[in-house]
Design a protein around this ligand. Structure first.
Ligand code: RIB
Length: 307
């Protein structure tokens, strides 16, 4: 069996406000429903990767998480959740002099769409040095995002590539300033959403859809990425590899109440599925099913089912 799935990334505590509409500039809106959830793209992806494993049987990989939290109530909640999920947190740094990352999420009730503002706290300390002890070279697969410092992301990807460990890079969130400047040839799967594609291609502000996804994926492959999966919300995902034509995997139709963390649900389940099956198409379809299920419940990690 290959080594474990190593997820490196952020931990946040999410305060989620759900309201029929989002506030305009200078406006105060009251009456929102409040949901609280452990969150952060890294922790969410690790949670998804372990919670889907009932559907993967004996081939499901163990999951290790590398990240940084403060020594506060929010980190205690996440550490309890990691323990309940059976995630190995040996490489989780607990720092006394900063807070655990915190996100405020606005969810529009009619669509389940969201906007997020984040204060990174301890996440901003996950540098290359802080990751020195992380067992990247022993992993079966590295899953990493972009919500922690660029030098840490870059060094983790380079170490993994150097050791022959496949890498999934979920470039979220990203803008020109936070692009870690990875060598695309060292990324086995890049998994941007509709807006992150634009940034990767130097066309910030461009939003792709199912119609343009195949062309955009071809551009990403020409940049050197070894595989690309474009996440397209309710339209599903487009899987593209140099050796075969791109394939759209549609999402099942569901009643979405909150799409926050759906991309994380996909990435975590895709990574676990890839290690378990070695079949990227099957793993992507599995990820789509897992993510589609998550949007029918409120919150981020609170919306991820145990399969
Ligand atoms: O992808 C959703 C996540 O983004 C939330 O959990 C929030 O904390 C931000 O990290």
């Amino acid at each position: 069996m290959a080594g474990p799935l190593l997820v490196i990334g952020s931990v946040n505590y999410d305060l989620i406000f759900r309201h029929p509409r989002l506030p305009r500039q200078g406006e105060t809106i009251t009456g929102a429903e409040l949901f609280e959830s452990c969150g952060g793209k890294g922790a969410n992806q690790a949670a998804a990767a372990v919670r889907c494993r009932g559907a993967l049987g004996d081939a499901a990989p163990p999951v290790l998480f590398g990240g940084a939290v403060g020594n506060d109530a929010h980190s205690a909640a996440q550490r309890r959740t990691f323990e309940e999920d059976g995630i190995d947190t040996r490489y989780l740094l607990v720092l006394d002099d900063c807070h655990t990352g915190l996100s405020v999420v606005w969810v529009e009730a009619a669509t389940g769409d969201n906007r997020i503002m984040n204060s990174p706290g301890a996440n901003s300390r996950l540098s290359a040095d802080a990751l020195a002890a992380a067992p990247i070279e022993e992993a079966g697969l590295l899953l990493i995002q972009n919500e922690t410092p660029a030098d840490g992301v870059r060094s983790a990807v380079e170490r993994a590539h150097g050791a022959g460990v496949p890498v999934i890079w979920n470039p979220a969130p990203i803008d020109e300033a936070s692009d870690p400047g990875l060598d695309p040839r060292h990324v086995d799967w890049v998994t941007p959403n509709e807006v992150e594609c634009g940034v990767l291609l130097g066309r910030t502000g461009e939003r792709i859809d199912a119609g343009s996804a195949a062309d955009v994926a071809a551009e990403l492959l020409r940049l050197g990425y070894r595989g690309a999966i474009l996440t397209l919300g309710p339209a599903g995902v487009l899987v593209a590899k140099p050796e075969s034509p791109p394939e759209l995997i549609p999402a099942p139709q569901v009643d979405a109440v909150d799409t926050t963390g759906a991309g994380d649900a996909f990435n975590g389940a895709f990574a676990a599925g890839l290690l378990a099956t070695s079949d990227s198409r099957e793993a992507a379809a599995f990820g789509v099913r897992y993510a589609s299920d998550s949007v029918t419940r409120h919150g981020t990690q609170t919306s991820f089912a145990r399969w």
